[in-house]
Design a protein around this ligand. Structure first.
Ligand code: PRT
Length: 113
């Protein structure tokens, strides 16, 4: 791998979010992200729902390559939804970090107690 190439790992999400943010106010004719912002929250939310459904369809079909592609579409549209709402990825990463080490079963029991 070349030295100057950005690493392909979860940091790609932070870079993607920065790109998405930078597209606010861009030309909807040349930027798909700007086009989504222009179409509004309901349309962006609809796209997130569609991509989520396409992802789970590929999971049930057992096509992991198609699932990876649909998952990328889903994450991209989710980033656009976050940016539209003014939600920073760091707030989500923090939630996940807070949950580290807590079993989902134990958490659910504590909620019901
Ligand atoms: N990661 C993505 C990404 N993933 C998917 N898509 C686009 O999402 C669209 C989804 O296709 P669909 O057929 O579901 O959508 P559609 O038919 O156009 O929309 P509707 O008719 O459903 O309204 C396709 O046009 C894909 O190219 C993306 N578009 C952009 N990005 C990232 O965003 C950056 C900025 O893109 P622009 O804003 O276009 O410059 C790019 O460099 C990428 O890093």
């Amino acid at each position: 791998m070349s030295e100057d190439k950005a690493p392909v790992n979860a940091e790609v999400l932070d870079r993607l979010y920065a790109t998405v943010q930078a597209r606010k106010g861009a030309d909807p004719e040349t930027s798909y992200t700007a086009k989504l912002f222009h179409r509004g929250t309901a349309k962006i939310a609809q796209k997130v729902g569609e991509e989520a459904v396409e992802t789970v369809i590929e999971a049930v079909r057992g096509d992991t390559a198609a699932m990876a592609s649909e998952s990328a579409d889903l994450l991209y549209h989710l980033m656009v939804l976050w940016a539209d709402a003014g939600l920073e990825p760091a707030a989500v990463w923090e939630k996940l970090a807070q949950r580290e080490g807590t079993s989902g079963i134990a958490e659910k029991k504590a909620r019901k107690a």
